[in-house]
Design a protein around this ligand. Sequence first.
Ligand code: SF4
Ligand code: SF4
Length: 115
Amino acid sequence: MKSWTCIEKCGACCKFNLNERSDLADKLDNDDIALINLMTSEDGWCKNLDRETKKCLIYENRPHFCRVNEFSTSFKGYLKSGDEFLIDCCKQHISSNYGYKSKVMKNFKIAISGK
Ligand code: SF4
Ligand code: SF4
């Protein structure tokens, strides 16, 4: 069975376009939205992401909505299907930012298969 894990040198979920995320409307408060707007560069990538290494520069202090295990509890209904919801979210982010056939996607698939 596949289990979700985050991989290094990805950062695909660190790009926001709140206009395309109506599903988050009831999961983010006004402070969260203000913070996201502050953190987001014009091209949509978070200013706290090191573009070279794809590492978060404020990892220990990152906001709650960047903590996958915490934030994903807001999606209780979806989490009934185990890790599949999280895996699908990562695949969507990776696919839209790097491409479905990208090296990052390949690495992610290997990581979740536990090989
Ligand atoms: S998209 Fe998934 S694998 Fe990539 S950085 Fe975000 S949580 Fe990790
Ligand atoms: S704060 Fe860190 S984890 Fe959150 S989006 Fe920015 S770079 Fe990614």
